[in-house]
Write a protein that binds this ligand. Structure first.
Ligand code: ADP
Ligand code: MG
Length: 339
């Protein structure tokens, strides 16, 4: 066989498949963009699990016509300038400049946007299969709405790999829930096939966010966790500078781990070590194969986490994993003991 260089369109299609695996991955990127745009309200609405359509509307900073034209191009971002910015740490959720471009490469994407305090009309840009189809003025409120339809229309293999609508929606729900929990000061809502699934108030407290997302029975059973070197003298030494959030009473459980949400410096992270430490803290009080509801925020010094990992990677490598386990276990044990 001959080794040859792939043409640009093929390369683009392959790259798109890595960023956008399923509707939930597009939702994740769009919600991150809204958060980066300083939104105080984010409304997510999907049809048929997101396979039919995805709409994310925000009241963030918005884009000018020139901005939105640039935003859909490959590797365009307003969030970093160069490699020095990468080295010194990125404060935004995005920085690769790939999401809008790659979502648009495998769908029909319509972006309607208007910058804050702009007097003129907004802009509607339609992007189909990686090409700008039209750009026109549009009357719209300040902020940005991105609507994605015909997802994977030009990648039939990817489309075939999608699961049932219920499963795809479960992934979407999980993603939106995570961002809602991590951002109690943003009003986040989710709608599926025209029905509201949840809507947080954006009032800023985690307790009311838990109520909106998981309902009153779960919210009422949540026990506060608050551990830091200054707070508890028994807080073991280790990499974590603080642990806060809520864990449920041992009788309020589910048979799935998906309600164990852990965040490191505000980013959702899946860490088996942390999860095991949490479960250990319950010390046999959990029925077998039952998991508590957990929303825990771990704080580590910024320079100890590398953000330059793959967009879909939610894993984290700890330098001192044993130390993290000790700290998490102690913090959760301490919270459960008081109840
Ligand atoms: P990245 O988020 O890595 O910068 P994206 O492709 O997701 O890359 O977005 C490209 C650019 O488009 C962003 O840097 C930002 O300037 C702009 N943008 C995207 N979504 C929004 C939004 N919801 N509100 C305002 N600007 C946005
Ligand atoms: Mg982005």
């Amino acid at each position: 066989t001959e080794i040859r260089k792939l043409d640009d369109r093929t390369v683009q299609r392959i790259a798109a498949g890595e960023v956008v695996e399923r509707p939930a991955s597009a939702v994740k990127e769009l919600v991150e963009n809204s958060l980066d745009a300083d939104a105080s309200r984010i409304e997510v609405a999907v049809e048929r699990g997101g396979v039919e359509s995805i709409r994310v509307r925000d009241d963030g900073v918005g884009m000018s016509e020139a901005d939105v034209r640039a935003a859909v191009q490959e590797h365009t971002t307003s969030k970093i300038e160069d490699v020095d910015d990468l080295e010194s740490g990125v404060a935004t959720l995005g920085f690769r400049g790939e999401a809008l471009h790659t979502i648009g490469a495998v769908s029909r994407t319509e972006i309607t946007t208007k910058p804050r305090s702009a007097d003129d009309a907004g802009t509607k840009l339609t992007y189909v299969g990686g090409e700008v189809e039209s750009v026109e003025p549009a009357g719209c409120p300040e902020g940005t709405t991105v609507e994605v339809t015909e997802l994977f229309f030009n990648t039939p293999a990817r489309k075939k790999y999608l699961k049932t609508e219920a499963t795809e929606f479960a992934h979407v729900n999980r993603v939106v829930t995570q961002y809602a929990l991590a951002n109690p000061d943003v009003a986040v809502s989710l709608e599926h096939d025209g029905r509201e699934v949840f809507a947080t108030t954006g009032q800023g407290d985690l307790q009311s966010t838990l109520l909106a997302v998981y309902g009153k029975d779960v919210a009422a059973s949540m026990i506060g966790v608050d551990a830091a070197p200054e707070v508890g003298s028994e807080f073991p030494e280790g990499p974590l500078e603080g642990i806060s959030g809520y864990v449920s009473h041992p009788e309020t459980t589910r048979s799935s781990r998906e309600y164990v949400s852990t965040f490191v410096n505000g980013r959702y992270v899946r860490s088996p070590a942390v999860r095991e430490a949490i479960l250990e803290a319950y010390g046999g009080q959990l029925a077998s194969d039952r998991y508590p509801f957990v929303v825990l925020f771990l704080e580590v010094p910024a320079e100890t986490v590398d953000v330059n990992v793959h967009p879909r990677k939610m894993e984290i490598r700890w330098g001192d994993e044993a130390g993290v386990r000790r700290q998490v276990r102690a913090a959760v044990e301490d919270a459960l003991l008081d109840h």
